[in-house]
Design a protein around this ligand. Structure first.
Ligand SMILES: *Cc1c(COP(=O)(O)O)cnc(C)c1O
Ligand code: SF4
Length: 358
């Protein structure tokens, strides 16, 4: 459950100057809309170009063209700039580079690890938990994360935007139990703000709804997306907005990300972080404490630490439950309670994410 008082837990004087409202740089103006789209299109898509930019040409023989053909590399240049040059183990690089490890079939790692097919109630609508409807708004993402649990999702047929939101809005309007709508994807902020406004205009006609939630990696991987138009749209929403960013490592934050997050807080969004526990990226108490502390400095509270969904091609990222519990206990022993994410796993048929710790 989202802590409803989360906003109050975030003081205005968090230890970064950018979190101070007075220091927030002005939101980019109306030209910014075309700006993020240009940066989006300009993403690195060739694994060998990425390695060249990082002085890691030697790693070329570890790249899998098969994996890259199935789920192409895509990473915005601003995110590449946060990777360490010359470091083959960089935690940001590891999240995006298609490696030959992905080709190895591993028993138990399938195409629909979390039962999305069975949870579909209408085009682009997944409903697994009481009161919450998740919209697979679009299949597009600014960054392609190799561990993604939806890398095999049939986006072509199954996005809510496809029919101009009609089926999704009807399904939500019909179901009296739904009081929260979650915009997911893909990345919902890959849609234009006008398209998002169309959706929330439709949702505003359903008086029962009480909360809106957005899950997006864009404030972290392409912070320019948080432009004046987006902020104006959020300011006009009729529900409290929970904004869940997906950062897995402290190095994903920089001044541009801090500023984007400060802008989101400035229009009243409650900021939460969800991470996936990933071998070689954040599988230590040091890395996870660094992540919680860095996120908090940007005004973001930790929410979930997910065990990897067992999706084909991702086995090399897996951390066993036993090790996850040990790492989480070490984290609990060094952080204040409000900086400790809940360690959970998603299993088909559960009534919510399943906690791995008591
Ligand atoms: C994860 C998920 C949610 C959100 O669960 P919370 O515990 O509320 O964060 C909702 N719907 C679906 C289909 C999900 O997979
Ligand atoms: S941004 Fe999210 S949905 Fe998109 S590839 Fe990454 S993990 Fe998957």
């Amino acid at each position: 459950m989202i802590p409803t008082g989360a906003m109050q837990l975030i003081p205005n004087d968090t230890p970064t100057a950018l979190a101070d409202a007075a220091a927030v740089p002005p939101a980019p103006g109306s030209m910014a809309g075309s700006d993020w789209k240009r940066l989006w299109r300009d993403a690195v898509r060739d694994p060998r170009e990425l390695l060249a930019l990082l002085d890691l040409g030697d790693l070329g023989n570890r790249i899998s063209d098969t994996a890259a053909a199935q789920f192409p590399l895509r990473v915005p240049r601003g995110f590449v700039a946060r990777m360490r040059r010359g470091d083959p183990h960089d935690p940001l690089l590891r999240q995006v580079l298609p490696l030959d490890d992905e080709e190895r079939p591993v028993p138990g790692f399938g195409l629909d690890a979390v039962g999305d097919a069975a949870a579909r109630t209408a085009t682009g609508v997944l409903q697994k938990y009481r009161g919450r409807a998740l919209l697979v708004t679009t299949g597009a993402c600014a960054v392609h994360c190799r561990y993604c649990f939806r890398r095999h999702f049939p986006y072509d047929e199954q996005t809510a935007i496809r029919d101009g939101w009609r089926e999704a809005l009807d399904a939500i309007a019909r179901d009296d139990s739904i009081d929260e709508v979650i915009l997911s994807g893909g990345d919902p902020l890959s849609l234009s703000t006008a398209k998002l406004a169309e959706l929330t205009h439709g949702l505003a006609a359903i008086p029962r709804l009480r909360r809106l939630r957005i899950h997006s990696r864009l404030p972290v991987v392409l912070p320019e997306r948080v432009d004046g138009d987006l902020l104006a749209w959020i300011s006009g929403l009729r529900w409290p907005l929970a904004f869940v960013i997906h950062a897995n490592h402290a190095n994903e934050f920089d001044a541009g990300v801090d500023a984007a997050l400060a802008r989101l807080r400035g229009v009243g969004a409650t900021l939460l972080n969800q991470a996936v526990l990933l071998r070689g990226v954040n599988d230590s108490a040091d890395a996870l404490a660094g992540l919680s502390e860095r996120a908090y400095a940007a005004g973001v509270l930790p929410y979930y630490l997910h065990q990897l969904d067992r999706v084909a091609g991702t086995a090399h990222f897996e951390v066993s439950d036993a090790e996850a519990i040990t790492v989480h206990a070490a984290l609990a022993a060094r952080l204040p309670g409000y900086l400790l994410p809940r360690l959970v796993r998603e299993l088909p048929g559960d009534t919510g994410k399943r906690p791995l710790t008591a």
